[in-house]
Each structure stands twice: as C-alpha cells, then as structure tokens.
Write a protein that binds this ligand. Structure first.
Ligand code: ADP
Length: 540
C-alpha cells in the first residue's frame, strides 16, 4: 500500500515554531541573572533562538557537536535551549553545583566544543579551565555591561554576538532520531553516565506527559519550573509548556522561598520542584500568613513527597498536588499521580492514600515489577519488586558505553523497588541502586567510601543515606577501623571534604567492628540500615 500521510519530523524546533506562531504573545516573565525582572514572549524567544543558531553556525559549529550550557532558569536559557539544537548541535546541561572533578569529567566525556555560561558562574569555569580538553570558546550569557573580567579566559558576549544576526533562517535540518540533548546522571559508580535524548524522544515525551491525566497543561496555564533546567531534562517543561502554548515564569537563580513566592505573584498556575523546596515554601507561607491566589497545581517529585505536604497544599491553600516519579534516564516523567475514576470514587482519605503513591504512567511508558529471579510480581499494592521501565523516551544505552542498559526484552532496571496496585498506581518503597539523594541531588556513595578508605587507619567504609525530614536523605559513613587503631572522625571527614562539595560531606561517622556482607562479598546496605535501625540510630 502506498503511504499517503505526510512526513512530519518530530524535531524540537517545531515545538518553538508552534508556540511562536499560535501563541506568540504568551508572556514569559523572568528574573534575570543580572537582577531585573524581564518580559518577553514566545515570538521573541524564537527570534533570539534563531539568531543564536546563526551565531553558532558562523563559529563553525557542526551538526552533532556538543555544547555545554551552565545556566539558571531564565528566558535567555530558553533561547539557548532551542538555539543549540536549532543549529543541529547537542545541548549538554551542566549542573553548577557539581563538584569540580565531576564537571571536568562530564565536559571532557561529552567533548563539549563550546560553553555557554551565566555570568555569575564564570569563576566555576575559571577554576577548572586548565583541565578541559575540548572546549574552544566560552560565550557569557549576558550583555556588554555585565561582562565579567577574566585573567584566564577569553570570553565572548552573548548579546553582542546575537545583535549582529537577523534571525532570518530555518533551523538546521536533522533527522528526528538525531541527538538533541545530553544530561548526566550519577550512577552507582563514581563516574556520571550520559543520557542522550533525541529530537523524537523529547517530542514524544512532551506530547505524552502534557496529557490531561499527566501534567494537563494548556494555553491558560502560567508555568513556573523551579526544578532547574539542568536537572533531569528540566522535567521536560522546556518542551511541554511551549508545545501547549502556556505562559511561563522563570525564577532565575533565587531559590529562596521569598524569591520564589515573589515570582508566583506573576499569575503562576502550575509549578514544579523537589519536596525540599515546597517544605521551605510552606513554612514561609505559614510564618508570613500568605496565600497562593493563582496557583492551581504543583508537581512534586524527585524524592518521596511527605503526606503532610500534600495535605497542607490541598487543604490550606487549595492547590492540587501531583506527586510524580521520574528519572533522567526516562526524560524524565515515569508516573504522575492524577485521579482515575477508581480513585475519584474514594473518600477524601482514600484519595490522599492514593496520592502517597507516585501514580500511573503516561502512554509510551511501560512498567513492571519482578523478584530477583526476574519473575513478574502481582499488582496488589503489597508485593514489592525491582521496578523496570521501557518506552519511547527511556534510555537504551548510556553515552559511549559498549553495551545496552536494557535487558534482552528492552527493559531498563530503574534501581528502584516498588509496589503497583490493581489500578496501576506505583509506590516507591526502596532503592536498590547504591546512591544517596539529598535535597534532590545525588551523592555517590562509592566515591564517599573511596575517599574515606584513603585514611590510613580506615579498613572498610560504607556510605549510606539516612532519612531526613528536610533533605530526604543525608549521608553518613560507617567505618571499620584498622586493627588497634581508632581514627578521629573529624580527620576522616576532613579528608572526604577535600574532594567533595560541602553539602555532600557526611553528617556523621559511626564505628562498627564489622560490616554486613552479601553472598557476593559486597557490603549489604539493606542489612546495614536494619542494624542501624535496631540500634535506634539517629542523625546528630
Ligand atoms: P529526578 O530527581 O528529576 O526524578 P533523577 O534521575 O535525578 O531524576 O533521579 C531519579 C531517582 O529519584 C529515581 O530513580 C528515584 O530513586 C528517585 N525518585 C524520583 N522521584 C521519586 C518519588 N516521587 N519518590 C521516591 N523517589 C523518587
């Protein structure tokens, strides 16, 4: 049979084209890194993004080149978000909070040719510059007036470069399966792993995750992404919001509850962040007697959302909470907790129970739970198992790895442990991957352990996450000392602090005579957690 439907490549430039053509005047309000609040719209963002793609092409950027972007959530970041893939290049989001060694590793590993950086983050780049192997140029995302002085770096000015262009061009044509962005995630080993998103996966993911039973975005929404755009594909809001023609409020680098509350005042109806941010926000609202007059929905994910946060938002502020689960490897939305008819039919407390789960997947995400032998487990809401995922926007293989990250049937092991109930609502019950998550950011336990055993009097070390009311988890070190030695805990922590950011340094050191091991000789973190629990261990 002859194919008679049109080819419509699913490239992300078309998302911005749609916003600029059909929702051109939708407001984009932004707290700029320079300070003032700026106002723009999708039509202007498109023009600027096109100018940027002209700049990049004039600098010799080729299709498939990787460009590192280290920037806060601002309107200008949107121009880059689309200008980079619009030039055929790959947008590598850089988290400025990473420890220097990790930044060096991922920039070299991704082979970034060019860096685009907010002006306040230039010192971070100066600090690592002599270790970067592939970067040829640095564009500072500001105007001439705010250009920083640097004795080590040759800096180009973003606004000056864009002024010389007319924005009159088409996006560079690429296949929909071409790479569009790359985001690194901390794995169980010390080295971060790159997840490469394609134009097609980003487009399909945005379509699926903005559906009514998922984020349910529309052109009447004003969306404020608090979750940084460099974190897990920015939870895809950089694609879903323009695709649905929403307005946006960009909070810039001020993540304080006071700063965010000011930005909510620009008519925000929908916002998204990790639980820690919302706990601080609720405290701020309560202690200052404030209300949330325009906010309708808040998406909370990245870590388990406490029931009290859900209850307070809904009962005291009339804001619907969407508890969600996702991963960098899944672009990132895996499940969102909205009400299917079975849940709508429950009483208030039953619905709240359902919201303790992370909900159900969108079309294009498929989930299953298995026991250790790979046997599928029942969906009874009680039996837990390893959680596996597959789908149109789920990683197949990490960047530059020799083998796939999925099993022979295409299932990706999420490293989470979960139950699924008869209605398909998934609840995370544990984590089998060996990483600690604090305030929404990863800390590699293996790297902490390696740093600790570098101490001459330490025989064995285990880093584990202890539940924490504000940060979700905080790391501690459990140490077995060398025979007849009793190392000073402060010395061990000082040694760790030499190679970790301050917030990653463990809160405590606990000494034990021996650590529990699995049959294969690995430290059993599950067993270790049980032992500490039985001892009534509490964080200092
Ligand atoms: P993000 O933090 O944006 O979800 P990451 O890739 O950094 O993405 O982290 C993914 C991991 O975070 C998941 O595999 C899971 O361990 C944890 N996680 C994410 N959302 C939740 C949630 N709602 N409840 C419990 N854990 C979660």
């Amino acid at each position: 049979m002859t194919v008679i439907m049109q080819e419509f490549p699913l490239t992300v430039g078309r998302i911005l084209d749609h916003a600029a053509k059909y929702h051109p005047n939708r407001k984009i309000v932004s707290r700029s890194v320079e300070g003032p609040i700026t106002h723009t719209n999708w039509a202007n963002i498109q023009r600027q993004a096109k100018k940027l793609s002209q700049v990049l092409l004039s600098m010799g950027v080729q299709t498939g080149d990787t460009i590192g972007v280290m920037a806060w959530n601002t309107a200008r970041h949107f121009e880059v978000w689309y200008g980079v893939p619009g030039a055929g290049a790959v947008n590598h989001t850089l988290n400025p909070r990473l420890f220097a060694d990790q930044l060096v590793y991922i920039i070299n590993h991704a082979e970034d040719r060019l860096l685009m950086v907010d002006f306040d983050l230039i010192p971070t780049i100066e600090n690592i510059w002599d270790r970067l192997k592939t970067v040829e140029n640095i564009i500072v995302m500001t105007d001439r007036e705010h250009m920083p002085e640097s004795s080590t770096l040759d800096l180009l000015c973003y606004e000056e470069l864009l002024e010389k262009q007319d924005g009159n061009c088409e996006w560079v044509e690429v296949d929909e399966t071409a790479p569009c962005g790359i985001c690194y995630t901390s794995g169980t080993t010390g080295d971060p792993k790159g997840v490469v998103y394609t134009h097609r996966s980003n487009t399909l993911h945005a379509l699926a995750s903005s559906a009514p039973d998922m984020l349910g975005l529309s052109s009447n929404d004003v969306v404020m992404p608090v979750v940084p755009m460099f974190h897990a594909n920015g939870w895809s809001l950089g694609y879903t919001a323009p695709m649905m023609g929403s307005s946006m409020v960009m909070p810039g680098r001020d993540m304080s509850a006071k700063g965010l509350y000011e930005m909510l005042g620009f008519g925000v109806t929908f916002t998204a962040a990790v639980p820690t941010i919302w706990m601080l926000m609720l405290q701020h609202l309560q202690s200052n007697n404030l209300t949330l007059p325009t906010l309708e929905r808040v998406i909370i994910g990245g870590a388990s959302c406490p029931r009290a946060v859900i209850e307070t938002f809904q009962n005291d502020y009339d804001v619907q909470v969407l508890h969600a689960w996702g991963m960098t490897e899944m672009s990132p939305v895996g499940t969102v907790c909205t009400f299917k008819p079975e849940v709508t039919a429950l009483d208030a407390s039953g619905r709240l129970d359902a919201q303790g789960t992370t909900g159900h997947p969108p079309y294009s995400v498929d989930l299953r739970i298995t026991d250790d032998a790979g046997v599928e487990q029942p969906w009874d809401g009680n039996t837990s198992g390893k959680l596996w995922a597959r789908g149109a926007a789920v990683v197949q293989r990490y960047f530059k790895q020799d083998s796939d990250a999925v099993d022979k049937d295409g299932w990706f092991d999420t490293g989470d442990v979960a139950t699924i109930d008869e209605n398909g609502y998934m609840r995370i019950t544990d984590r089998s991957k060996d990483v600690i998550k604090s305030g929404g950011e990863w800390i590699s336990s293996i790297s902490l352990e390696n740093a600790a055993v570098a101490h001459a009097d330490v025989a064995e070390a285990a880093a584990i996450g202890i539940p924490h009311p504000k940060w979700d988890e905080r790391p501690i070190l459990v140490i077995v000392a060398m025979p007849d030695k009793s190392p000073d805990p402060q010395d061990i922590l000082a040694l760790v602090a030499q190679s970790f950011a301050k917030w990653q340094v463990p809160d405590d050191v606990v000494f034990m005579d021996e650590l529990p091991h699995t049959a294969t000789g690995k430290i059993s973190k599950l067993e270790l957690r049980k032992i500490l629990n039985n001892q009534g261990y509490e964080l200092p």
